[in-house]
Design a protein around this ligand. Structure first.
Ligand code: SF4
Length: 283
C-alpha cells in the first residue's frame, strides 16, 4: 500500500489542468491545514502514522502542484524522511518541466507528467533530474505511436508510464465532461499497448500502463493536510487504515509469480534490436 502525501500548498494550482480530479471533489478540499496551524501536532501525527503503518512507497503530490512552493515541499520531505523507514522509497509527482537539483536529490524517484505532444521536446532538456515520464493520454496524442513519441522526445527515458484519463459517467463536473470529450482514442491506446508489450530480449525498458490511476482500493491512501488518512481523495472523513506488516505480505508477492500487476502495470522487456532502432531514430 502506498501513501500519497498531499503537500500543504497555499492557494490554487497554477497548472490549471482541465482534467484535474483534485479540484472536482464535492468536499472542495476544505481540510484543516494542521501543518501551518499546529506544526507540532502535524509532526506528532506523522510520527504516529509511520509507527503504525508499513508503507510501500511514499508519493508526494498535492491538490496543487507541489513544486509551486519549493520551500514547503522541501520541509515536508524533510519531515517525512525523519519519520519514514529508511527502506521506504519516496517519490515526487510533478507537472513542472524542471526540478532543481536540491529538490530532486531528496527523492528516490522524480516523476514528471506531460499531457500534450508539444511538451515532448522539453523532456530531453529536463531528463537529468527526472526518473519517470508520465504521458497523460489526452486526445492530443491521437494517432501517435510509441516510436513517434520517442522520436519527438529525442531520447529514451528509462521509465515511462502511460495514463489514461479516468472517465466517470456518473459525474457531471466540468472536469469529467472535459475528460469525456478529450480522452485519447481507443485505436491509439490499443496500438500503444501493443507496441509496449512487444517481446523480450536483452534490454530492459520499464513501461507501465495505468488504466485507472484514481482507483484507490488496495493501492494507496491519502494523507491530507490535517495529518489524517483518507481511503480515497473523494472521502471527506478520515478512516482507520490497516496496512499489514511487510513480512505478512510476502506471500502475496510470491503468488503473483512475477506476473504483471493486474490492470495497473506492464513491465516490459523490449527487444534489443527494437531498442537500437529507437536509439538510431532519436539521435
Ligand atoms: S498539476 Fe495536478 S493539481 Fe494542478 S491542476 Fe494539474 S492535475 Fe490538478
Amino acid at each position: 500500500m502506498n501513501l500519497q502525501v498531499i503537500t500543504p500548498i497555499c492557494g490554487n494550482c497554477k497548472m490549471q489542468c482541465p482534467y484535474c480530479i483534485a479540484s472536482a471533489h464535492q468536499h472542495g478540499n476544505k481540510f484543516k491545514d494542521l501543518y501551518r496551524e499546529n506544526r507540532d501536532e502535524y509532526i506528532a501525527k506523522l510520527k504516529q502514522n509511520f509507527e503504525t503503518h508499513d508503507w510501500d512507497t511514499i508519493i508526494v503530490t498535492g491538490t496543487a502542484e507541489p513544486m509551486q512552493e519549493p520551500e514547503t515541499l522541501k520541509d515536508i520531505v524533510k519531515l517525512l524522511k525523519e519519520v519514514k523507514n529508511p527502506k521506504t522509497k519516496i517519490e515526487l509527482q510533478t507537472r513542472f518541466h524542471s526540478v532543481p537539483n536540491d529538490i530532486a536529490r531528496e527523492f528516490d524517484v522524480v516523476s514528471r507528467s506531460i499531457d500534450n505532444p508539444d511538451q515532448l521536446g522539453s523532456l530531453k532538456l529536463t531528463a537529468a533530474n527526472i526518473d519517470r515520464f508520465v504521458i497523460i493520454l489526452t486526445d492530443a496524442f491521437n494517432g501517435y505511436s510509441f516510436r513517434q513519441l520517442m522520436s519527438e522526445s529525442g531520447f529514451i527515458p528509462p521509465q515511462i508510464t502511460f495514463k489514461t484519463l479516468h472517465v466517470d459517467d456518473a459525474q457531471t463536473t466540468p472536469q469529467s465532461q472535459w475528460v469525456k470529450e478529450h480522452s485519447c482514442d481507443i485505436e491509439t491506446c490499443n496500438r500503444l499497448k501493443q507496441e509496449i508489450t512487444c517481446p523480450v530480449t536483452t534490454f530492459q525498458l520499464s513501461v507501465r500502463w495505468d488504466d485507472n490511476c484514481m482507483a484507490a482500493d488496495n493501492r494507496y491512501v491519502a494523507l491530507r493536510t490535517d495529518g489524517d488518512l483518507y481511503k480515497s481523495w473523494d472521502d471527506s472523513k478520515p478512516s482507520e487504515v490497516i496496512v499489514p506488516k511487510i513480512s505478512s505480505r510476502l506471500n502475496d508477492f510470491k503468488s503473483n509469480d512475477g506476473k504483471t500487476d493486474n490492470n495497473i502495470s506492464v513491465i516490459v522487456e523490449q527487444k534489443l534490436r527494437y531498442f537500437k532502432e529507437l536509439e538510431l531514430m532519436v539521435k
